[in-house]
Design a protein around this ligand. Structure first.
Ligand SMILES: [Zn+2]
Length: 180
């Protein structure tokens, strides 16, 4: 399964690819917001830890669904409208896609079930996981997401390169015509 860095990298690539105006906001706020949205479904891990000391109790359940992505996307969109200096105003569809990117990656790269179409299906991770387990995995096993991170970096670099070329073409002065 992809770990937080892999999800964040994929989220940033999706953000760059999304064909809409980019808000003028500090880059770190934007990266942080996108990273949080792209990892938001794993909040079920924290809920499980708080509820029963086991991060797997609710993991891959309701928060890993299309329904959750829609609600979280709406919430993030409204937060961006109300407090644009804190939450980048990214729009409802872009926020929803960022949250959904997490679940899609989990569906593709995980062997265990994911509740994408909740309430028509509901899975929960088996076993026992503590905060230490996830911290250790993030620190020592993020290399497994190298493919996702490299592919995402390639997308981001390509989009930025195309943007620069377009900008340079736009700023190029028109050839001088014959003087009257
Ligand atoms: Zn997940």
């Amino acid at each position: 399964m992809p770990l937080p860095l892999g999800h964040a990298a994929a989220g940033l690539a999706i953000y760059e690819l999304y064909p809409a105006a980019k808000p003028k906001i500090e880059w770190w706020k934007l990266w942080l917001f996108v990273g949080i949205l792209a990892n938001l479904p794993d909040i079920d891990f924290i809920i499980g830890l708080v509820y029963g000391g086991n991060g797997n109790i609710f993991h891959r359940g309701i928060t890993h669904s299309l329904l959750f992505a829609l609600f979280a996307g709406l919430f993030a969109f409204l937060a961006g409208r109300k407090w644009p200096r804190i939450f980048p105003p990214l729009g409802f569809i872009r926020c929803t896609i960022l949250v959904l990117s997490h679940t899609i990656l989990d569906v593709i790269f995980s062997e265990s079930g994911t509740s994408l179409f909740y309430p028509f299906e509901l899975f929960h991770s088996a076993g026992y996981s503590t905060l230490w387990d996830i911290a250790r995995m993030t620190m020592t096993e993020s290399y497994r997401d190298a493919g996702i991170i490299i592919a995402s970096a390639a997308v981001i670099i390509s989009v930025k390169a195309v943007e620069r070329i377009r900008l340079a073409k736009r700023e190029k002065p028109a050839p001088a015509g014959p003087r009257p």
